[in-house]
Design a protein around this ligand. Structure first.
Ligand code: M6R
Length: 611
């Protein structure tokens, strides 16, 4: 939620800031702005709407200077508008601030500052930070100390970039509960909410931790904790390819990322399931037999798509270990006082590793002495750093707001964790493991076969693009994939869509089915096939159009469904990975037909760092 970027060095900063913001736009895209220090003054340019609006303004009236901060916004306080866009400046232009997060006590501070004579022009919480720093600065404590005093006062979450008119050689950054990296250059340094924003300039970064602030000059970076003690950090070398964060000839990141799935799954499987070994390589993860025997319950906690991947993990882990597994969305888990003790394992799943609710669930578990295993994509993210063990899904940067490749990689990760636990618990024979392994090794080819059917799925999307009500139905793991397919359709095609356990339909929602309803039925679970087929008949009898996603060999008679997408056969536990792919493609092409903003759907942001 919101992306921030900052530059200090000897190059003109505005181009670097705009380029960084382009790569952060997935974090928020309702307005954007930059503040550039020209050696004497801070010049601010802001604009409502997409970044192109800001670029247009800057092209007309360029701002020059080698120190600057930029921001792309996902509105929390105040509607998207020029005034509410960041950076926010103090009244006389002494201080400029960009902020990601929420200042929870801003009203109290705002009232206090109004009494001291400060005038507010925006509806944002962030403006309070600019004025408060200005207030302390004018008491004579110095720029860095003014930021420090402000950090002591503000509550909530923040990643901040701050510059001061009187210090053209200093950029101050701070973080609490929102991500911030510092890029280390040669006679130039950077700050950013995420690595892709600065990857064209440097591969060396520091990760700022909570309650730390940094004083950054072009030739030095000093990081301090809230006791003002300097903190020495290890440099993290970013190894992934710059191209991973580019569209690479595809029209949208989403379709590029869908097409990356065979490679990603292949790499993940090869790494964790070496061909010549009869075990799953869980290096660095404490899940041996004796660890599992210690557990009395497991929670799997996540949000959105990651939660759906967690649901698949729940089914498998419970089945093999016989330990109760409770899957929960993080925003509920954190407020419902779950029973947690030292015999609890919490598995959190997160692509970004920064989702505020998931991070808080992790912290609650740790405070209650539970062990935390994180299934994460973003290397070095907050969740990855705070968990006891990390299972990286290694899907590379996922830029499209709608998660696709991270989902299938999360599902594979959850399955590998479950199968590993099964082996440790003696619930899988060597022969069974060999079968599973060969199934995993075919997954990439099978996903490729589904991708080869993209044109057919596109044609189906065109055929059904006028649908206004969509139901996804399925049983068991197919129900989980239904939830994911439905979420995809909602978020990028803005269609009303619901996922229902197929057997639940007749307990109410079937009343909504009529000849304008599209039902997408998923039938990969062999032993539930006939049951779901009966549910298809029920909705067809009530006029619905039906698209069935079924496995080859389980033929559905003509007339039983209007259209059928056959996917390659796979064992029950692995089939969800395959079934997800046509659901992703269908959502993509529906959105395409409807002309929505596929990579940056309205009202959303990729990384949800506020509650
Ligand atoms: O980064 P995370 O995996 O923690 O994000 C969780 C959800 O916000 C995310 O999966 C969201 O639902 C996606 N937009 C779905 O496509």
């Amino acid at each position: 939620m919101c992306g921030i970027v900052g530059y200090i060095g000897n190059q003109q900063s505005s181009g670097i800031l705009i380029d960084g913001l382009k790569r952060l736009e997935y974090r928020g895209y309702d307005s954007a702005g930059i503040a550039v220090h020209d050696g004497e003054n801070i010049n601010v340019v802001k604009s409502k709407g997409k970044l192109v609006n800001l670029v247009e303004k800057i092209n007309k009236a360029p701002v020059r200077g080698t120190l600057g901060i930029g921001h792309t916004r996902w509105a929390t306080h105040g509607a998207p508008s020029d005034i509410n866009s960041h950076p926010h400046i103090s009244g006389d232009g002494t201080i400029a601030v960009v902020h990601n997060g929420i200042i929870e006590n801003y009203i109290d501070i705002k009232n206090e500052l109004i009494e001291k004579g400060y005038t507010f022009v925006s509806e944002t919480d962030t403006e309070t930070v600019a004025h408060l720093i200005d207030y302390y600065y004018k008491t004579g404590v110095g720029f860095v100390d003014a930021v420090y005093e402000t950090l002591k006062r503000i509550e909530g979450s923040y990643a901040l970039g701050v510059i001061c008119k009187d210090f053209p050689d200093t950029l101050v950054a701070a973080r609490k509960n929102c991500p911030l990296v510092i890029g280390i250059g040669k006679n130039e340094n950077f700050i950013a909410s995420d690595i892709p924003a600065i990857l064209h300039h440097t591969r060396k970064v520091y990760f700022l931790d909570d309650m730390e602030f940094a004083v950054i000059k072009s030739d030095s970076i000093k990081i301090f904790n809230m006791d003002k003690n300097e903190v020495k950090k290890d440099i993290f070398n970013v190894e992934w390819d710059i191209d991973a964060a580019e569209k690479g000839g595809y029209e949208h990141f989403m379709i590029k990322e869908i097409n990356e799935q065979p490679r990603i799954i292949n790499e993940l499987v090869s790494m964790r399931m070496p061909k010549d070994k009869n075990f799953i390589d869980m290096s660095g993860i404490k899940l041996k037999k004796e660890d599992i025997n210690e557990l009395n319950r497991i929670y799997i906690v996540a949000c959105g798509t990651a939660y759906h991947a967690g649901l698949i993990g729940k089914t498998l882990i419970e089945k093999f270990t016989k330990i109760p597994v409770i899957a929960d969305v993080a925003s509920e888990f954190r407020y419902r006082e779950p029973v947690i003790d030292e015999k609890t394992l919490l598995i959190v799943v997160s692509q970004s590793g920064e989702t505020a609710d998931t991070l808080e669930a992790l912290r609650i578990a740790k405070r209650n002495s539970a062990r935390v295993l994180a299934v994460v994509n973003a290397v070095g993210s907050s969740i990855a750093r705070e968990a006891d063990d990390v299972f990286y899904i290694l899907a590379g940067p996922e830029i499209s707001v709608a998660s696709t490749k991270a989902f299938t990689a999360q599902v594979v990760a959850m399955e590998l964790i479950a199968f590993n636990m099964a082996i440790e618990c003696g619930a899988l024979s060597k022969e069974e493991f060999e079968t599973i392994k060969s199934e995993f090794y075919c997954l990439d080819t099978k996903i490729g076969q589904i991708l080869d059917e993209s044109e057919k799925i596109k044609a189906l999307a065109e055929k059904y693009s006028k649908s206004r009500n969509v139901f996804f139905i399925g049983r068991g793991l197919d129900y989980v994939v239904s939830k994911e397919g439905s979420l995809k359709l909602k978020e990028i095609a803005y269609l009303h869509s619901e996922a229902y356990a197929a057997g639940e339909l007749k307990h109410g929602p079937i009343a909504m089915i009529d000849d304008e309803t599209l039902v997408i039925a998923i039938l990969t679970q062999e032993k539930l096939f006939d049951k779901t087929l009966s549910n298809i008949k029920e909705v067809k009898a009530r006029g619905a159009s039906v698209i069935a996603i079924a496995v080859e060999g389980n033929n559905i008679a003509a007339g039983e469904a209007d259209d059928i997408i056959y996917i390659p056969r796979a064992m029950w536990s692995i089939a969800p990975v395959l079934a997800a792919v046509p659901a992703q493609l269908f959502a993509y092409y529906m959105a395409y037909c409807l002309g929505t903003d596929i990579d940056q759907p309205r009202n959303l942001a990729k990384s949800v760092t506020v509650e």
